[in-house]
Design a protein around this ligand. Structure first.
Ligand SMILES: [Mg+2]
Length: 235
């Protein structure tokens, strides 16, 4: 028997698509809101990313962070341009941020290719499936329900951040644990530090997940989720 500790976002469901799409909508909104006072698209985008990263480091992963970062960006750009902040625009910025939590989109997008057959395969082997994700608990649990992942995962852990400490809590006492995830910072590095193997299926998301150095460890890099079946016997 083996234990698979799965990441959720951009490992079992595609999440970054919604964030990219909201980002584009937000830039377009800024151009309308600031008119000729709008700086370059690159500068607007960079300002937003910096503010949102800072907020993630400070507040962790709460639902309000992303829409609030859009409001803060709008305010900052108004200030730089010497333009006044409009209340209606502030509300609109927040609404654009909230679009990433649209349950209909989660449902429509469903699971990543091969997830269903891979999870069925692991369950048929009698393995222990655990979901360990970072984010806002209300949001993450709802994603699990809406996408039907609760069919395979009876154990769902949501943390405000994901370091080796959280992973140790989840993996303690489990048989042959493997972490499965897409992020160097949130999946690979914590697994190595916790001394457990990691199945790394890269999916580029945002600057927060980048790391400059990865320590030595047991890392198996795959191109897609369904390849877990092919390497299963060697785990
Ligand atoms: Mg992820």
């Amino acid at each position: 028997m083996k234990t698979f500790i799965f990441d959720l976002d951009d490992t079992l469901i595609w999440t970054n698509i919604a964030y990219n799409s909201a980002h584009i909508k937000f830039l377009s909104f800024l151009i309308d809101a600031l008119g000729p006072k709008a700086p370059s698209v690159v500068e607007m985008s960079k300002t937003f990313e910096e503010l949102d990263m800072e907020a993630a480091e400070k507040q962790g992963f709460v639902k309000e962070r992303f829409p609030r970062s859009m409001q803060e960006t709008y305010k900052k750009l108004c200030e730089r341009a010497g333009a006044s902040v409009d209340e209606k625009n502030l509300r609109r910025a927040y609404e654009i941020g909230l679009t990433v939590f649209d349950e209909n989109c989660w449902q429509k997008r469903g699971l990543v290719e091969g997830a269903q057959e891979t999870l069925d395969f692991l369950l048929s082997k009698g393995d222990d499936l655990v979901l360990c994700t970072k984010g806002d608990e209300r949001i993450q649990k709802r994603k699990v329900e809406v996408t039907g992942l609760d069919k395979w995962f009876k154990q769902v852990y949501v943390f405000n951040n994901k370091t080796y400490k959280e992973l140790l809590k989840v993996s303690k006492g489990r048989h042959n644990p493997w972490k499965v995830g897409n992020s160097l910072r949130s999946d690979v590095v914590p697994a190595i530090k916790a001394g457990i193997g990691v199945i790394y299926i890269p999916c580029e998301t945002w600057a927060f997940e980048k790391v400059s150095e990865v320590p030595e460890g047991k890392v198996l890099k795959l191109e897609k989720l369904s390849e877990i079946k092919e390497i299963y016997d060697a785990l």
